[in-house]
Design a protein around this ligand. Structure first.
Ligand code: UDP
Ligand code: MG
Length: 317
């Protein structure tokens, strides 16, 4: 049966959040809005009892589905897999930890009905997150905003409602290292937002380690901007300009004055400075080349261990 709405939930060690999330989702999409729904949980390699909890839900509600990965592939990959399996007229991407309040779905759906293809949820405030996380996130969105080729909305996560045609466009994009919120903006159509206060995590701990966060930000920047590649050119031009003036000065001092130049510290400083810039720009090149390499290998983005709850004939694998 065709669904009105598909909810995609990536799961990484969320055993305590699954039942409360399900209850709050059902309150909105089934009780209040009376929609034909499906909820697709994508287990991204959690080894706690998350899968068991989802199985318990599948037994009591046939609209629940599970995609169980063979290992941890990452949040964006989990969302990608979920989107590739949705059957609904619209899809909602939501975190499992209840930081994204399910009650907003009704407002998002109403906006969709009034003609929008994408309704994203913009964070007015973020509760329960460390000072460092809030500040670095804010800085990241601003840097990305200033150098990216599309206007990726500021302070916006993946919590959003997208129409069937946007889902299809996303599913047609074969790129790896996906930065989904950017890809959705890139697709276009009519997009709007609603504002909300981001809640604290209901239970458990963040699955985003520092290294995952760094990879995620670099994916965002490298997917939507080639500006970092130009840094070498900019520094190169600046340094050659300054050095040229300096060379003129040295020639002047040598031939027109009696002064000799004491050299050690200036040589060290300029060497270290240039060395730093060269390594930095090589590193930037490396980030892009690594991603090109990953694309070239054409490995699948994820491997599914097992799927549950999908009808045989609707299964698109
Ligand atoms: N998540 C995932 N794979 C990961 C890390 C996180 O599927 O490797 C899921 C997680 O279960 C949650 C969502 O992605 O539903 C957002 O993660 P989290 O709440 O840990 O991130 P934060 O809100 O702290 O940025
Ligand atoms: Mg969270």
């Amino acid at each position: 049966m065709k669904k009105d709405i598909s909810v995609v939930v990536p799961i990484y060690f969320e055993k305590e959040n699954i039942s409360p999330l399900y209850a709050r989702l059902i309150d909105v999409i089934s009780k209040d809005m009376n929609l034909a729904y499906e909820i697709i949980f994508v287990n991204d390699g959690s080894e706690d009892s998350s899968v068991k909890k989802i199985h318990e839900l599948i037994e009591q509600d046939k609209n629940i589905k599970l995609i169980d990965f063979s290992r941890n592939f990452g949040h964006q990959v989990a969302v990608t897999a979920g989107l590739e399996h949705v059957q609904g007229e619209v899809a909602v991407i939501i975190d499992a930890d209840l930081q994204d309040p399910p009650a907003l779905i009704e407002k998002m759906y109403n906006k969709y009905k009034s003609g929008y293809d994408v309704v994203y949820a913009k964070r007015k405030s973020r509760a329960g997150e460390s000072f460092l996380k809030r500040k670095t996130a804010k800085l990241f969105y601003r840097i990305l905003g200033s150098i990216s080729e599309v206007d990726i909305p500021l302070d916006t996560g993946d919590y959003r409602l997208i129409s069937r045609r946007v889902v299809e466009q996303l599913n047609n994009m074969p790129e790896k290292n996906r930065f989904i919120r950017g890809l959705v903006t890139w697709v276009g159509f009519k997009q709007t937002y609603i504002e909300y206060d981001r809640d604290e995590r209901n239970a458990g701990e963040t699955g985003y380690s520092l290294s995952k966060m760094i990879k995620f930000s670099l994916d965002g920047i490298t997917s939507f901007s080639t500006f970092p590649l130009k840094i070498a050119t900019i520094f190169g031009l600046l340094i050659s300009g300054v050095s040229f003036i300096y060379i003129l000065r040295i020639i002047y001092l040598k031939y027109f004055t009696e002064k000799t130049i004491i050299g050690w510290s200036s040589i060290m400083v300029s060497n270290l400075f240039l060395g730093g810039i060269i390594l930095l720009t090589l590193g930037i090149l490396g980030e892009y080349i690594g991603r090109i390499y990953k694309e070239l290998k054409k490995r699948p983005q994820y491997i599914i261990k097992e799927k549950y709850g999908f009808d045989e004939d609707n299964d698109n694998d």
